[in-house]
Structures are given as structure tokens and as C-alpha cells.
Design a protein around this ligand. Structure first.
Ligand code: ZN
Length: 731
């Protein structure tokens, strides 16, 4: 099957934040979703799909052949399921039998009768729950309780200050872009390489603006008990470096994100329209040049990605590789010049920076920094800019309607003060009973994993033992942390003290940079969470060998204590089993029980595992969610393996229960993945998300298991039928 989608994507480009990517997303080492605010780094966004050469992303689903007919133009090699995540398409097709398209059969009524909420481009149980959590967070901010605990009093003060400032449009309009102008002033004056180096060496650049190298302190891949400093490339405005291979200057300039959002702010900063065009062109020139040396999303999710990214260095070695590029000065600005261990994620990028850091190239570097910083602040300026930003973002994602200001302000507080809002949330909404019940289910699932691993015939005994040791060392982070990091020193000026959203960024950013510095060369405290409690998500973190089920995901239709066992299994049970399996997937198996990057597999076992994973990747490669546009098995194999083994574990446990209601379980499972989305949003997910598309997370999973065939009487010729020899089994 062809994989022509790469070419088409050159035109489609990325759209990031507005899309809700459900499911775990952790990639080892890349700075994780942490309890810390993102000091810089608003979404990279981009533009609209255009007509020619692009796969069909809207209009009628073109289905050829009857369900079950092989070789359909659209569906899979084995079955002709229509992509039933796209509401527009579902409305045009009728009901389906459980034996032909299980996902559509269970979810069609819901999919045709549900509406995507204002300001969103998709809707699913995760989004439904996220909206509930948002309301809870908004309630915390709108109706602050009188706290008595000193930590909560402090949290309450900070979140209130920021929330109030965010909503104070009079003050924001009056300030306009003056605070941003003051931040960028030293950069806008840069004319020479020396001046640029001086600018990059300023601590404020690191704290509040964009740097030419990113630095993060995280668990050392090579010694998981200690922290290391990770040095990473810059982010690109259009996200995936792959796009730049196909994009020309005129494409970039025509993108609404470039042309409307960034240009608008540049003009407000004092550039004429012509000058703004020159700055945008010059920025794009740097992005295009450097993109050749930055890994694509597909490369970053490949099996060998961590191996390629694990490049331990000393500062002297970094300096030697960076040549003219002042990496030492940038690390000094971060206060990260004394680390015993650095990990250079992408050596090709650093070598390229040596070449580009040249007197003749200064303006491109400067203009990239201006544009990137400008877009980072687009939501923190005046009302007009904010409205332009959201109009463009909605245009990109296909979202309609707008979020209320209170909701947007809540999201802004959540981004900026995640630990503080999280502690208030945890105190009010995450109960000890929930924590205990979910911990019990987790233990039950781990026990079954232990049995499954011990029975695994394709592994040699040593590898089996290592796998069980890894399972037994798994750190469980369920519902809420037992320990919070001291943040009593964190503070910033509110509007009464003359502060504004940008000065708050300076003060809070400085606190977190200092916190980051304090970890250098220190032992990792494994009791600390690296993710937000209030998040509706769950993860496996290979660098700590831990699973985290955030408090946010444990509620609504995803979890409640009155659920039947079948429903619990289909929801939280599936999530737990999925996350644990990441300890043993193609990335997870490269890390040992402590989180060290250490291969504990024999060559023979690795080969056997790779053969199973290859079969799985090839199976997904054969699926066509859009006409002539296939899934990329290698991009999603880690998540697809996790989906598969989660189902296997749950069915093994179910098999021990005589009264287990499989019909109820499979239906509840299909419901957890029901999604309605715009074609545009779905297309983006296909190209960028490392998870299979939602309808495939149902159909591709259940069709691998005998229990499904038995429960629904699936036979050869049915759309859900997969010949036994074609079925997948990784674990
Ligand atoms: Zn996952």
C-alpha cells in the first residue's frame, strides 16, 4: 500500500493546541508535561489545507465495496470500515452490524446526535471529562473558598492574582504591546553577531523570550537516580520539521498564522507592513535552513529515536561541536554550565548552528527569535490581538464558536500556575477513596501482567525475569501526589502592585529556572510528580519507570465508584493496562527497572519482539482512513501495542470470572473511544498523533481476540473478521 500522504501533508501543515489529543503522550526525556509552567512555547500552529494533491478531507466518504469485501479503496485491506470519527461522514452512512463495523454499530446514534462544543474541533469522553474538570477549575477561580492551610492560602492568592489580571481587558488594552516591546527591544536592536550573543546571554532571554537552544533538567537516561541537562533544538513555528521540506516562502507568508497573527503583532510593535513582510521572510529562511537538521515527528517516534538522541556530552564537548554557536553562554544564562552530565538530543542540529551562526546570517536568527517570541505572547496582549489569534486558530482546526473569557482565563491559569491550581483542585475534588479503589484495580492488573510475562514463550528466561523485575519496580502515581514541592518562594506582582501578565511571566519564569538550576547534579526525588493532577490524562514515564493516573481522568464517564466491573475494566482498567504495557513496548524495553537506558533484552528476544511489532506495523500500514492516505504503522506502533496488550490482560482477568458480561464490556469499551471530529482535525491526528485514530482503537483491537468473535458471532466474510493467521499478538 502506498504512503503518499507525506507529499499531501506539505500543503496541509500542522495545527496544534486546539486539538485534543487523548491518551498518554510521554516520550522519555523530552521535557515531559510537568508540574511546571511552560515559560515559553505557545503552540506552533499553521494553516489551512488547500486543494490540490491533498487527500479528501471532507465531503462524502467514498466507499467502494460491501463491508467485508477485500481490496476496498477506502478502509483496510481486510475490511471496508469508513472512518467513523468524522461526524460529517457518519451522517451519510447507515447503521452497521456489530459483526461488520463494531465501532460504528455501538456509537452511531451518539455520533449523529452529539454536537462538537463551541471552540472545539472534536468531542469524545476525554473532552467531555476535560470540560467537567474545566468547570471545576473555573469554580475554584470564580468562587474562591477561604482556605486555612498555609500552602493553599498561598496557592489561592497566586491563582486569583493571575486570573484577575487575565480578565482585566481595560488594563490589557491600555498596556497594549508595550510590555512585549520592552522585552523585545534589546533583540530588535541587534545588528551584529556580538550583539546577538549578548542578547542570548541575558538571563531574561532564557526566562521570558525564545532561545536558540532549549535546555531542560530531567532524569538522566544513563543514570536515572540523578538529573542531567538536556540540550535540544529550537521549536519551529509550523511544528514538524518535515513540513519545511515542501514549504516555500510564499506558502509560509500565505499562512494565516504567519500572515495575520504574527504580522499583526509586528505592526503593533512598530514595523511597517513591508518591514513586517521582510521579518517574516527572514524568519522563515532560518526555519527552512535549520529544519533539515531537526528530527521529524516520525523520526522522533521511531524505535531507534532514543538511541539516536542519547548523546552524553561534557560542556567542553558541546562547545567543540557548537563551534561558533555560543552554547556555553546560553547554558550560562540558564545557570546550567556546571552540570556533570549533558545529553545532546540532536547533534546534527548543533553542528548546523555552528555553520549558521555567522555575521552574514544574523538577521535571520534575530528575526526568528522575534517572530517566535511574538507568537508566544499572542494570547497575553490586548483584546484585538487575542480575537485575531482565536479567529485564525479556529479557522485552522475547523472549530466553531468561541470559548467564554472565564474559560480561557481558567486555561491560562492552568498553564501558568499548574501546581498551584492543581493543589487546590486535588484538595477539593480528588478523594482518598478514589485513590484507594484505583490503586486496587492497578494491583490486580499488575498481578495478571506478572503471570502473563512469566508464561511468555517467545522470551528467554533471563529476559522474562528482567521484565518481571521491571513490573515489580513500577512506581504508581495514582490520583494525587503524596508530596508537593515547596513553592512558598513563588510570587509575582498582581495589578495592584503594578504587575501585568508579562511581568508575571518574568517573575514566575525566574522561579522555575532557579528550581531547574537547583536540580543540576542532584539526586532525583522520585516522590515528586512531573505532571499536573488536574489533567485528564495518564502516562507511562520510562525514565522513571512509573505510571501516572492524574486525578482529572478519574471522574465523569471515565470513572465512578458505582460502575460495574465490566465498565470499570473498559474505562480505567483499560487505561491502567495500556500504560503499564508501555514499560514493555519498543521504547519502554530500552529502559530498565530504574529508568536507565539499558537494553535488558537478548538479541534473540529482540529479534522475536521486532518481528511481532513489524507485523503489527504492517497491519496498520494497510489501513486507509482517508482515500489513498494510510496509517503509518511505525508512527503508532508503540501505542497500538499498548492498546492490544491492555485488551489481552483485561480479557485474561475476565476469563477467571464466570459471570463476566463480555457483551457489556465490549460495548462499554467501544463507547470509551467514541469521537466526533472534523475531517481536518482527524487528518492532523493521522499525520502527527502517535496513537491510532479512535475508531481504529476499537475495531483493530477487538478483532484480534476470540472473545469478541464468540460474543458477537463474527464469521468469515464479516467486516470485523480477520483470519487467524493475520491476527496480531505482540505479548
Ligand atoms: Zn499510550
Amino acid at each position: 500500500m502506498k504512503r503518499i500522504y507525506k507529499k499531501s501533508l506539505a500543503i496541509v501543515l500542522a495545527l496544534v493546541t486546539v486539538l485534543n489529543m487523548a491518551g498518554c503522550a510521554l516520550k522519555p526525556g523530552t521535557p515531559q508535561e510537568s508540574g511546571e509552567p511552560q515559560v515559553s512555547g505557545e503552540p506552533q500552529v499553521s494553516g489551512e489545507p488547500q486543494a490540490s494533491g491533498e487527500p479528501q478531507v471532507s465531503g462524502e466518504p467514498q466507499v467502494s465495496g460491501e463491508p467485508g469485501e477485500s481490496g476496498s479503496l477506502f478502509g483496510t485491506e481486510y475490511a471496508s470500515w469508513v472512518n467513523s470519527d468524522i461526524q460529517e461522514w457518519v451522517k451519510q452512512i447507515g447503521e452497521a452490524d456489530a459483526r461488520d463495523d463494531f465501532h460504528l454499530h455501538v456509537n452511531r446514534d451518539w455520533m449523529v446526535s452529539t454536537t462538537i462544543p463551541d471552540g472545539y474541533s472534536s468531542y469524545d469522553p476525554i473532552t467531555e471529562r476535560a470540560l467537567q474538570v474545566d468547570s471545576q477549575l473555573m469554580d475554584i477561580l470564580e468562587n474562591p473558598e477561604k482556605e486555612t492551610d498555609p500552602e493553599l492560602i498561598h496557592d489561592q492568592e497566586l491563582v486569583q492574582k493571575y486570573y484577575t489580571m487575565w480578565l482585566d481587558w481595560d488594563a490589557r488594552n491600555k498596556l497594549d504591546v508595550s510590555a512585549l516591546k520592552e522585552l523585545l527591544d534589546p533583540l530588535m536592536k541587534v545588528q551584529s553577531l556580538d550583539e546577538l550573543t549578548d542578547y542570548l546571554s541575558m538571563p531574561r532571554t532564557v526566562i521570558s523570550a525564545t532561545e536558540l537552544a532549549q535546555c531542560d533538567v530531567s532524569m538522566d537516561w544513563n543514570n536515572a537516580d540523578y538529573y542531567a541537562v538536556y540540550v535540544a533544538p529550537v521549536d519551529l513555528i509550523f511544528g514538524d520539521s518535515m513540513y519545511y521540506g515542501y514549504m516555500e516562502e510564499s506558502d509560509a507568508l500565505a499562512e494565516p498564522y504567519y500572515n495575520e497573527v504574527i504580522r499583526h503583532i509586528l505592526v503593533k510593535l512598530g514595523y511597517s507592513d513591508e518591514e513586517a513582510t521582510e521579518v517574516l521572510k527572514s524568519c522563515f529562511a532560518f526555519e527552512k535552513d535549520i529544519s533539515d537538521y531537526i528530527m521529524t515527528t516520525e523520526e522522533e517516534s521511531a524505535r531507534d529515536a532514543v538511541e539516536k538522541e542519547n548523546n552524553p556530552r561534557t560542556l567542553e564537548q558541546l562547545e567543540a561541536e557548537a563551534g561558533d554557536f555560543p552554547i556555553r553562554k546560553i547554558l550560562e544564562a540558564y545557570g546550567a554550565e556546571n552540570s556533570d552530565n549533558y545529553i545532546l538530543l540532536q547533534p546534527d542540529w548543533l553542528a548546523a548552528m555552528d555553520v549558521l551562526y555567522d555575521e552574514d546570517y544574523v538577521e535571520h536568527l534575530r528575526d526568528y527569535l522575534i517572530c517566535y517570541t511574538v507568537q508566544d505572547y499572542a494570547t497575553l496582549l490586548d483584546r484585538e490581538t487575542y480575537d485575531i489569534y482565536y479567529k485564525v486558530i479556529n479557522g485552522i482546526s475547523g472549530a466553531v464558536g468561541t470559548k467564554s473569557d472565564q474559560k480561557s482565563a481558567t486555561e491560562a491559569v492552568d498553564d501558568f500556575l499548574p501546581s498551584q491550581l492543581g493543589r487546590l483542585y486535588s484538595d477539593k475534588y480528588v478523594s482518598d477513596e478514589t485513590q484507594k479503589e484505583v490503586a486496587d484495580i492497578t494491583k490486580e492488573i499488575m498481578d495478571e501482567y506478572r503471570i502473563m510475562l512469566s508464561e511468555e514463550t517467545f522470551l528467554t528466561e533471563d529476559t522474562r525475569k528482567e521484565a518481571i523485575r521491571k513490573l515489580d519496580s513500577l512506581a504508581l502515581r495514582i490520583a494525587k501526589p503524596g508530596k508537593w514541592e515547596d513553592d512558598s518562594e513563588l510570587n509575582f506582582a498582581g495589578s495592584k502592585e503594578g504587575g501585568n501578565l508579562i511581568s508575571a511571566q518574568d517573575e514566575v519564569g525566574a522561579f522555575w529556572v532557579k528550581r531547574m538550576q537547583s536540580r543540576i547534579n542532584q539526586k532525583v526525588d522520585r516522590d515528586l510528580w512531573t505532571s499536573r493532577v488536574q489533567q485528564v490524562n495518564a502516562f507511562y514515564d520510562p525514565s522513571q519507570n512509573s505510571i501516572t493516573l492524574c486525578g482529572g481522568i478519574l471522574g465523569g464517564s471515565l470513572y465512578n465508584p458505582d460502575m460495574s466491573r465490566e465498565e470499570l475494566f473498559a474505562n480505567v482498567g483499560d487505561t491502567i493496562a495500556h500504560e503499564i504495557s508501555h514499560a514493555f513496548d519498543t521504547t519502554g524495553c530500552q529502559f530498565d527497572e530504574k529508568g536507565n537506558l539499558r537494553n535488558w533484552w537478548t538479541q534473540q528476544d529482540q529479534t522475536a519482539f521486532a518481528a511481532r511489532a513489524d507485523k503489527l506495523a504492517a497491519y496498520y500500514d494497510n489501513i486507509e482512513p482517508f482515500m489513498d492516505v494510510n496509517c503509518v504503522g511505525s508512527q503508532i506502533e508503540g501505542e497500538a501495542i499498548a492498546d492490544l496488550v491492555a485488551m489481552k490482560i483485561l480479557l485474561r482477568i475476565a476469563g477467571k470470572d464466570k459471570n463476566f458480561d463480555y457483551d457489556k464490556f465490549f460495548r462499554a469499551f467501544a463507547q470509551t473511544w467514541r469521537t466526533i471530529t472534523t475531517a481536518r482535525s482527524e487528518f492532523y491526528a493521522l499525520s502527527q498523533d502517535t496513537h491510532p485514530l479512535p475508531y481504529l482503537r476499537v475495531n483493530c483491537v477487538v478483532q484480534q481476540f476470540d472473545e469478541f468473535y464468540e460474543t458477537f458471532g463474527v464469521k468469515k466474510g464479516d467486516g470485523m473478521y480477520l483470519a487467524p493467521e493475520d491476527r496480531l499478538e505482540v505479548w
